[in-house]
Ligand binder design. Structure first.
Ligand code: GAR
Length: 210
């Protein structure tokens, strides 16, 4: 069974969606550990409640990004994962780290990539007057929030929305598409090769047009 390590920094609602899917026997893989860079991340409690091993690797214990990433890599690799899932892991990763997990690391980002990389994506979409917003699951590459998109979900933005109402609507979709994508990977249906994504052997059309 595919071994999965999940990295979090906070609430862990996406982690919860994965745990629920696993509990239902529908994840197709086994969550071997949940690792956080923040000791007080609520997601760690969610993992403990589900009987999953947890680890904290605090970025504050390292003077530079390279040192932190090297330590994190060591802890992750103890669990020998075939898949690393970033679920609200709010750290920029070094190229060395990304290369090490090339083709086996997924991220969920709260926008319709390539629109709105980085932070404050919901406010950016509102400020731009967008009528539509959403979330994207993508393979992680060295380009921040720039790896090939696997799946997106779209939600409307209404006139009386603010960033928090939009975030809530987007998160409902995140919790649907992330477990589904992880399942595809675990079942061997989803592969990234030379920067391109294949589902069931067919090249996925590049998604996400600005
Ligand atoms: C999610 O909305 C995820 O898309 C976002 O952080 C949130 C984590 O929520 N990730 C990023 O912004 C990554 N750049 P959660 O801790 O409740 O899963």
């Amino acid at each position: 069974m595919t071994r999965i390590v999940v990295l979090i920094s906070g609430n862990g609602s996406n982690l919860q969606a994965l745990l629920d899917q696993s509990e239902a026997g529908q994840l197709g893989g086994q969550i071997a550990a949940v690792i956080s860079n923040k000791a007080d991340a609520y997601g760690l409690q969610r993992a403990r409640d589900a009987g999953i091993a947890t680890q904290v690797v605090s970025n504050q214990d390292y003077s530079d990004r390279a040192g932190f990433d090297a330590a994190l890599m060591q802890v992750i690799d103890r669990y020998q994962p075939s898949l690393v899932v970033l679920a609200g892991f709010m750290r920029i990763l070094t190229p060395e780290f990304v290369r090490h997990y090339q083709g086996r690391m997924l991220n969920i980002h709260p926008s319709l990539l390539p629109r709105y990389q980085g932070l404050h994506t919901h406010q950016k979409a509102i400020d731009a007057g967008d009528k539509e917003h959403g979330c994207s699951v993508h393979f992680v590459t060295e380009e921040l929030d720039g790896g090939p998109v696997v799946l997106q979900a779209r939600v409307p933005i209404f006139a009386d929305d603010d960033a928090s109402t939009v975030a809530e609507r987007v998160q409902v979709q995140e919790h649907a598409i992330y477990p589904l994508t992880v399942r595809w990977f675990c079942d061997g249906r989803l592969v990234m090769q030379q920067g391109q994504v294949y589902l069931d052997g067919a090249l996925l059309p590049a998604q996400g047009h600005a």
